[in-house]
Design a protein around this ligand. Sequence first.
Ligand SMILES: [Zn+2]
Length: 103
Amino acid sequence: MRAELDRTISILQGERPAPQAGAGYPQDSADAGSTLSEADRTEAVLHSARGQRDEVAAALTRIDENTYGRCTDCGGEIPEGRLDARPDAARCVGCQAKHARRR
Ligand SMILES: [Zn+2]
């Protein structure tokens, strides 16, 4: 799962125009507009892929520490059904809901 996300991220990073790419490009205003929104979209996907990778990495750390399957907030066991749906789940359903509301 982590390797998959790493691949997605590197593909997206390859697609993303380098920050200094504008220097060598003819600056057509209409073109620049579409390039920007495309870059924004890529950036958004990249951001969520990175966030997901961090969660998977954290889950792998918890496996190493033998705390995998335990809620990071209350220490309670995360139901297996939840782990099937979200193998990288860090919290039990109740704590996740609280966590989501805090955001
Ligand atoms: Zn909990």
